[in-house]
Design a protein around this ligand. Structure first.
Ligand code: R5P
Length: 289
């Protein structure tokens, strides 16, 4: 197994459970900012699993492509990329003429270098599945059972809240597993950081703890607006649960400051809010490849 820098905690857990050898990887930049990559491992005839989550993808991707190409050159039988967070999934259509549909270009680029992909809850909104987008076998892990388990163990009288229709199906699934009621809000996004949400009549849930559940927390505007709306409807301070802790800029601090009671994420991206461990589910999926 090759653990890409920044993935040490999750990577080591996966390697231990799988009983995989961890290769020694050296990566650095030359003074001119080109990349140096060296792998000390016997790759010939073996499956090489590369653990590299892909938040803030741009500086990571070129060295990653060099790394997977190197593993092939060292005669790995297959190179399996474990990318717990898969980037560029939200740009899934041409919203304005002339725009790049980067989800497609990115999928082409990654598919060209790997033999299989394992990821956790990719943002599948306009795409039904990764198959068709990625040309290599792609294995998707769903965090819903782990999120539901965490809610059941940690929250009394939860009311699950999906911030937009995209989250509807997912929130319904978590709610069913956690035996909790749920509501789904309507969201209008006017810009990267300009989001409005409308809250339906939530009067009857005043004695419940709202638990916002979303796949990605990026600018956190979606969650911040929802927290504000629920608080002004006199509901208890909400708990925010996100699968992927992207947290652009000051998003985490801003969300806490907006009045979230707790902010909890899975460890697909290492962050201080990580409370839900997906390493077991990833190990099982890697085993199935
Ligand atoms: C979008 O549909 C996603 O499910 C999330 O709601 C969105 O990515 C959150 O983004 P932000 O934190 O920037 O509001």
């Amino acid at each position: 197994m090759v653990i890409y820098p920044g993935n040490e905690s999750l990577g080591r857990r996966i390697a231990e459970t799988l009983g995989a050898d961890v290769a020694s990887l050296t990566m650095r930049q030359f003074p001119d900012e080109e990349s140096y990559v060296q792998l000390s491992a016997a790759c010939a005839g073996r499956d090489v699993i590369v653990v590299a989550t892909l938040d803030r993808p741009n500086p990571k991707v070129l060295p990653l492509l060099f790394l997977v190409d190197l593993a092939h050159e060292l005669r790995a039988s297959r190179v399996i990329l474990v990318a717990p967070y898969l980037a560029y999934m939200r740009q899934d259509t041409r919203f304005k003429s002339g725009e790049a549909v980067t989800s497609r270009s990115f999928a082409k680029l990654l598919s060209g270098g790997i033999d299989a992909l394992v990821t956790v809850d990719p943002h599948l909104h306009r795409y039904q599945a990764l198959a068709g987008l990625y040309s290599v076998p792609a294995h998707v892990i769903h965090a819903a059972p782990l999120v539901a388990e965490w809610i059941q163990a940690e929250v009394e009288r939860p009311l699950l809240v999906g911030p937009d229709s995209e989250s509807g199906q997912w929130v319904a699934d978590v709610a069913r597993r956690a035996s909790a009621p749920y509501v789904v809000l309507e969201k209008t996004r006017r810009g990267d950081r300009d989001v409005e949400v409308s809250v339906p009549d939530v009067e009857r849930w005043r004695d419940h703890r709202p638990v916002l559940v979303d796949d990605i927390i990026s600018t956190a505007r979606t969650m911040i607006e929802t927290v504000r709306r629920l608080k002004s409807a006199d509901l208890p301070a909400p708990i925010c649960v996100g699968v992927h802790a992207v947290f652009a800029g000051d998003a985490y601090r801003d969300l806490r400051a907006a009045g979230a009671e707790r902010v909890v994420t899975t460890n697909t991206i290492a962050h201080e809010s990580n409370q839900i461990d997906v390493s077991g589910a990833i190990t099982a999926a890697v085993g199935r490849t």
